[in-house]
Design a binder for this molecule. Structure first.
Ligand SMILES: NC(=O)c1ccc[n+]([C@@H]2O[C@H](COP(=O)([O-])OP(=O)(O)OC[C@H]3O[C@@H](n4cnc5c(N)ncnc54)[C@H](OP(=O)(O)O)[C@@H]3O)[C@@H](O)[C@H]2O)c1
Length: 245
């Protein structure tokens, strides 16, 4: 994928992996729009990279997704790349009766939003010479951690959706890429929970190298193994990752 000359929307682009990718596109001269719920984080990112365009929105809300689509395509008609990156990760025990609202919010952000945004943007992208939809899933899409039961389910579903999306869009100007991170040192799930994971700059450099090489699935470390594992290897992996309680 050519990184320069694009107009890119990154959901959840004010921090972590989203910001890391946004920076890379900005540095090669692409126009980049980032969105997220926290205006202060968006402004912080913009203070570092004044070229960044920012938009406050909660992608869990379908009306806000439509408003985002309408605003961004009218302000930036050349928009040709959607990076479905926004996500949350929640830990809880299912037998402790978590609130449905809590569960549903994770599904709305991690699954409803990227599927809805992809369907909103497809007609617009079909008019572009070249376009791309990048879905950020997870190595946990293939082998979940049981303490984050909804997270793994949403990422497995997004992996499945991405395969179907790519198949349906083959022969169109839209390339579909699955970005499959391993554990990366970001604030995902709460500050400090990923500090022993792959450093963000190392991870972003790896993704960018794979995108430039035209990979349709970018992996790194754990996710390179989990995404290619046999069923037997996945059973072993699940056991190792989820010790008996
Ligand atoms: N870090 C890892 O170990 C890891 C591993 C595998 C996959 N991933 C995936 O990578 C993606 C980015 O996560 P990250 O690690 O970079 O964590 P992060 O720094 O917490 O980034 C998540 C971003 O999503 C935004 N976001 C969350 N809910 C949103 C909502 N309802 N509406 C709009 N924006 C929302 C957050 O901004 P606001 O809070 O301001 O809205 C934040 O900027 C996620 O999809 C995650 O599942 C991460």
């Amino acid at each position: 994928m050519e990184l320069s000359g694009n107009t890119v929307l990154v959901t959840g682009g004010a921090s972590g992996i989203g910001l890391g990718l946004a920076e890379q596109f900005v540095q090669v001269g692409s126009t980049v729009i980032i969105c997220g719920r926290r205006e202060d984080k968006l402004k912080e990112a913009q203070a570092k990279y004044p070229q960044l365009q920012i938009y406050v929105c909660d992608v869990a809300d379908s009306n806000e997704r439509v408003a985002l689509f309408e605003w961004v395509t009218s302000e930036f008609p050349a928009l040709n790349v959607l990076i479905n990156n926004a996500g949350i990760q929640q830990r809880f025990q299912l037998q402790q009766a978590p609130e449905w609202e809590t569960i549903h919010n994770e599904i709305a952000i991690n699954l409803d939003a990227p599927i809805h945004l992809a369907t909103l943007f497809i007609p617009h992208f079909m008019q572009q010479a070249q376009a791309a939809i990048l879905n950020v899933t997870s190595g946990l899409a293939f082998s979940p951690m049981a303490m984050m039961p909804i997270y793994g389910a949403t990422k497995a579903a997004m992996h499945s959706f991405t395969l179907s999306l790519r198949h349906q869009l083959s022969g169109t100007p839209i390339t579909v890429v699955e970005v499959i991170p391993p554990a990366v040192d970001t604030d995902l799930g709460g500050v400090g929970l990923h500090t022993n994971a792959t450093p963000l700059p190392e991870y972003i450099a790896s993704v960018i190298e794979q995108l430039k090489a035209g990979s349709l699935e970018t992996t790194h470390g754990f996710s390179a193994n989990s995404s290619r594992a046999s069923r037997e290897q996945l059973d072993e992996l699940f056991k190792r990752m989820n010790q008996p309680r």
